[in-house]
Design a protein around this ligand. Structure first.
Ligand code: PMT
Length: 404
C-alpha cells in the first residue's frame, strides 16, 4: 500500500463523545496517522462506554486525556496545553449533547473546556438519531456554531443504529480524513481558474520628499489571503502598499505607495478580475500639495496647517464599475463594529464585508492573529480568533459559498 503523508507535522486533537459511532474512532485515528498526523485523544465519560481508552491509547500512541480535575493529568498536559498543542480540534462523533454544550460554552469537563481555551479551528462531525439531528434545538445549535466559524462536517445520510434511515450518521473515517486533508491543503482548487485581486498593507501619502501620512497595517492579513487564495487555485493579483513581507509563491504582486496609485492599479486589474478583496488600510485623505522640498521647521511658526483632500474610495469605485467583480471589503472599527460594517456594506455596494474589531488586543493591525465577523445583506458569520492564514482560509470558504 502506498502511504501518502498529506498531514505530516499536523497535530490533530480528536475529541470523542458518547455515541455509537465512537467505535469508528480507532480506525479514524489510524487513518489520520497513516497520513502523517500526530493524534491525541480526549474522551468524555460517555465515550468510554462505547470504546475503551486503552484501545485509543494503543492506536494513538498517547495516553488518553479524560479528566479536567486530575492533578497528575493536568500537570502533564492539561486543557490549556492541549488546546495550544492542536492545529485542529476534531470532535467526532459529536453528539447532540456535546453540540448543545459547545454552543452554550460549558466548561465543566475536559473536552468542552479545551474547546473554550483553544484558538485552533474546531471541526464538528455530528452523529445522532435523525429526529434528534432534525430537532429545532439541534439545528439552531449547529447554525450558531457555524456562524461562530466552527467547521461542520456532516452528518452523512443512511441507515442508523436505531433502524431509522436519514441524516445523522457520522461521516466515515475516510471522508473525515479527506476533510482534514482538504482543510490543511486548500490547494484542493476551489478557485480553479478564478481571478482574484487583493489589496493589502497601508498606503503612504507624501507630505514632502521625506515625510508621509500612513497607518499600522503590516500587510499580513492581505498577504495571508493572497497565499491561501493562490493555494486554492486562484490566479491572484496582490496590490500592496509598502510592507516588509515576501511575495507568496505564484502571486502577481504590484507595489504601490499612495491611495491614488492603488486606485489606478485596482481599476487596471478589473480587465481580469472575478473577485476583488479590499484588505488594504487606505488613507482616506492625502495632502492637497506635496512640498517639493523638505518642509523646514520655522522658528517663529508654532502651528503648521496642511490641507488634506479626500482620496477616491477604491472599493466603492470598483463596485460601481461597469465590469463589476464580486466585491469583498474589510471594515476596521474600534466601536459599534456591526453598525458601521453594515453601513459600509450598503454604502459601498459590496457583496460581503469582513469586520475587524481593531480595538481588541492581539488582533487586527500588525498582529499574527485576527478575528472577523463577515456580513452579507442577510447573513452574519463569525470567524473566531486564529492565525491570519487560518482566518484567511475560512473567509475564502465563505466567499466561495456566496460567489456564483
Ligand atoms: O495589514 P495587517 O496588519 O494584517 O492588518 C489587517 C487590517 C486590520 C488592515 C485589515 O484586516 C483591515 O481591516 N483592513 C481594512 C482597513 C480599513 O482601512 O478599513 P476602513 O473601514 O477604513 O475601510 C473600509 C473598506 O474600504 C476597506 O475594505 C478598505 O480597503 C476600503 N477603502 C477604504 C478607503 C479608501 N479610500 N478606499 C478603499 O478601498
Amino acid at each position: 500500500m502506498t502511504v501518502n503523508h498529506a498531514l505530516t507535522g499536523k497535530k490533530i486533537l480528536l475529541g470523542i463523545s458518547g455515541g455509537i459511532a465512537a467505535y469508528k474512532c480507532a480506525e479514524l485515528t489510524r487513518r489520520l496517522k497513516d497520513q502523517g498526523a500526530e493524534v491525541r485523544i480526549v474522551m468524555t465519560a460517555a465515550a468510554k462506554e462505547f470504546i475503551t481508552p486503552l484501545t485509543m491509547q494503543a492506536v494513538s500512541g498517547h495516553e488518553v486525556a479524560d479528566n479536567l480535575l486530575d492533578p497528575s493529568a493536568q500537570s502533564s498536559m492539561g486543557h490549556i496545553e492541549l488546546g495550544k498543542w492542536a492545529d485542529l480540534v476534531l470532535l467526532a462523533p459529536a453528539t447532540a449533547h456535546l453540540i448543545a454544550r459547545l454552543r452554550a460554552g460549558f466548561g465543566d469537563e475536559l473536552l468542552t473546556t479545551l474547546c473554550l481555551a483553544t484558538t485552533a479551528p474546531i471541526a464538528v462531525s455530528p452523529a445522532m438519531n435523525m429526529e434528534m439531528y432534525l430537532s429545532p434545538a439541534t439545528q439552531e445549535n449547529i447554525s450558531v456554531l457555524a456562524q461562530r466559524g466552527t467547521l461542520i462536517w456532516g452528518p452523512g445520510k443512511g441507515p442508523q443504529a436505531c433502524g431509522d434511515i436519514g441524516p445523522g450518521r457520522m461521516l466515515e473515517p475516510d471522508d473525515l480524513v479527506q476533510r482534514v486533508i482538504a482543510f490543511f491543503n486548500p490547494e484542493k482548487a476551489i478557485f480553479e481558474g478564478i481571478n482574484i485581486t487583493i489589496t493589502a498593507g497601508p498606503t503612504q501619502e507624501a507630505l514632502d520628499p521625506v515625510r508621509y501620512i500612513s497607518n499600522h497595517s503590516s500587510g499580513k492579513m492581505g498577504f495571508s489571503l493572497a497565499e491561501m487564495a493562490q493555494k486554492m487555485g486562484a490566479n491572484v493579483t496582490l496590490i500592496s502598499g509598502p510592507v516588509n513581507l515576501p511575495t507568496p509563491t505564484n502571486v502577481n504582486r504590484i507595489n504601490i505607495k499612495s491611495a491614488l496609485q492603488m486606485h489606478a492599479a485596482s481599476i487596471d486589474s478589473l480587465a481580469h478580475c472575478d473577485i476583488f478583496i479590499a484588505c488594504a488600510a487606505v488613507a482616506d485623505y492625502r495632502a492637497e500639495d506635496i512640498a517639493s522640498h523638505k518642509i523646514k521647521k520655522q522658528k517663529e511658526i508654532d502651528d503648521l496647517t496642511i490641507k488634506l483632500v479626500k482620496n477616491p474610495d477604491i472599493i466603492a469605485d470598483v463596485a460601481s464599475h461597469a465590469n463589476r467583480p464580486f466585491c469583498v471589503g474589510f471594515a476596521a472599527e474600534t466601536q459599534d463594529v456591526e453598525h458601521y460594517a453594515a453601513d459600509k456594506l450598503k454604502r459601498k455596494n459590496l457583496d460581503l464585508i469582513a469586520a475587524n474589531n481593531v480595538a481588541m488586543a492581539g488582533q487586527g493591525f500588525n498582529s499574527e492573529q485576527n478575528a472577523l465577523t463577515v456580513f452579507s445583506a442577510n447573513q452574519r458569520v463569525d470567524i473566531s480568533l486564529a492565525d491570519k492564514k487560518v482566518v484567511a482560509f475560512q473567509l475564502l470558504e465563505i466567499i466561495r459559498q456566496h460567489y456564483k
